[in-house]
Design a protein around this ligand. Structure first.
Ligand code: FAD
Length: 456
């Protein structure tokens, strides 16, 4: 009998334990189910859909090169898999573990109908593989990271198979174009293709390109004006490359990759947190933050719009928000600055910001997005202090963002390095660029006041 291979956020053929297991059992029917119901509020956002379209296309091409193909269905995962199983005589499903709450629910439903076999490989270590002295899950990053390091390196990655046995008869498949994952009018994603090549081959090219620069990462990663990071986040999110593969490739170079590897471990950490606290994306991990008097969006709506559209009058924030809109990605340092500005200077609930990121990031990840937003807000299990308020203008100077601002805020391109971070202070603001929507000191005071009103 054929076996089903259930693809989700693991759109690759190499180092794919579910594929390896399926191949060893018989003809394989690779399936991707688009289920917009189960995640409800967290159905994939617009930028992620753009990515998904291209990644599925790339996966189907690679499968076809090996004598196979990708079957597409839209609906409830369990229903669709059961339907295909019935039509083809399959009873077993192989897949990788995923930890978003809606995936864990879907797994339970599938397991009620079919023989579901789940495998590891989406993270460096499956959640629970390392535990604290008392047997619990780590809630603090640093000891977690140390414990993970003790188990590294991960097992060496497996190459993709050369051929995949096809079933005697293929079940019906939707046509990818009918899913309309790509934006039509206006085509806000027209700039994406310049920056990104979704799919396994593009992911591997990014890994290879990064290895040459890995030695500069400890310093370069903080400088938004240069391409100093791996830009692997969407590839990792969609599982086009395994973290084990990235680990082995990066440590095979002559550079000390420790700092980079620790970032990769943040991804594992975030996934452990959503396992422990599935509501991480919608509820404060620290209850005390439920009492923080955020501004109501009816009052703060114009400020929220200014943030989303990159017109706050803070050049570093605006550059980041425009980079996000144009490319589906934002530099990590700038994500922190922009998030902090929304939460503290504008006193807008982190959940509104996280939601905007969810829709606009090509790497939008329930774990990474939620955990990082709550880290910035101070409401997370392991978090920055709310009262540590980032000064966007000095961050911009400190991390040398002048060229980054020139690229994304062209109205300011003619300003000097000295003036560009804070044009108002240098009397250099062109009319085409907005004045600050709130002063730094004023925003800071308001945030600290709100924090004081929170119950202890
Ligand atoms: P690199 O610096 O090259 O890091 C390599 C990989 O490590 C990344 O691809 C990513 O998978 C992982 N990583 C790095 N930093 C973090 C981190 N802080 N937390 C978790 N994993 C990390 N990352 C996402 O993948 N999806 C998100 O939705 C997301 N939302 C964020 C929201 C906010 C407010 C902030 C501050 C950060 C967010 N990040 C998110 C984390 C980080 O900004 C991105 O992973 C990083 O910028 C991606 O670029 P890169 O691949 O070049 O990173």
């Amino acid at each position: 009998d054929p076996v089903l291979l259930w693809f989700r956020q693991d759109l690759r053929l190499s180092d794919q334990a579910a594929l390896a297991a399926a191949i060893s059992e018989g003809p394989v029917i690779p399936v991707y189910v688009l289920d917009d119901e189960a995640p409800r509020h967290w159905a994939m956002g617009g930028a992620s859909r753009w990515w998904l379209h291209h990644s599925l296309k790339a996966l189907d091409d690679s499968l076809r090169a090996r004598g196979s193909r990708l079957i597409l269905r839209r609906g409830k995962s369990a229903d669709m898999l059961a339907e295909i199983a019935k039509a083809t005589g399959a009873s077993r499903v192989h897949g990788l573990h995923h930890y978003e709450p809606w995936w864990r629910n879907a797994e339970k439903s599938v397991a009620r109908l079919l023989d579901l076999q789940l495998h590891d490989g989406g993270l460096l270590l499956p959640p629970g593989a390392v535990r604290t002295g008392t047997g619990g899950m780590y809630r603090i990053y640093t000891p977690f990271s140390r414990a993970v390091m003790d188990h590294m390196p991960p097992a060496p990655p497996h190459p993709a198979p050369h051929a995949i046995d096809a079933p005697a008869r293929w079940p019906d498949s939707d046509a990818l174009d009918d899913w309309r994952l790509l934006p039509t009018r206006p085509d806000w994603a027209k700039g994406f293709a310049k920056d990104w090549t979704p799919g396994e081959a593009g992911a591997r090219r990014n890994v290879a390109a990064f290895i040459d620069d890995a030695g500069d990462y400890p310093v370069a990663r903080n400088l938004p004006s240069i391409e100093g990071t791996s830009r692997l986040s969407p590839h990792l999110h969609f599982g086009e490359v395994s973290p084990a593969y990235v680990w082995h490739r990066v440590t095979s170079s002559s550079h000390d990759a420790t700092i980079f590897l620790k970032e990769l471990i943040w991804r594992d950490y975030a996934h452990v947190q959503i396992c422990e606290l599935p509501t991480y994306g919608s509820a404060n991990a620290r209850d005390s933050f439920d009492a923080l008097p955020w501004r109501d969006l009816r009052e703060a709506g114009a400020d929220f719009t200014a943030w989303k559209t990159g017109t706050t009058g803070y050049p570093i924030v605006d550059a980041g928000m425009r980079q996000l809109w144009a490319t589906g990605w934002m530099h990590n340092r700038v994500r922190m600055i922009a998030a902090s500005f929304l939460i503290k200077h504008l006193l807008i609930d982190w959940r509104h910001g996280a939601r905007w990121f969810w829709d606009t990031l090509v790497d939008a990840s329930y774990a990474n997005n939620s955990v990082n937003w709550q880290w910035v807000a101070g409401s997370g299990v392991d978090a920055n202090l709310f009262t540590r308020i980032m000064a966007p203008l000095s961050q911009s100077e400190k991390f040398d963002a002048a060229d980054y601002i020139r690229q994304w805020v062209p109205e300011l391109a003619g300003l000097s390095d000295a003036a560009i971070h804070d044009p108002d202070a240098h009397d250099a603001r062109p009319n085409s660029y907005p004045a600050k929507i709130i002063g730094h000191r004023e925003g800071r005071e308001r945030a600290l006041n709100a924090y004081r009103q929170m119950k202890p």
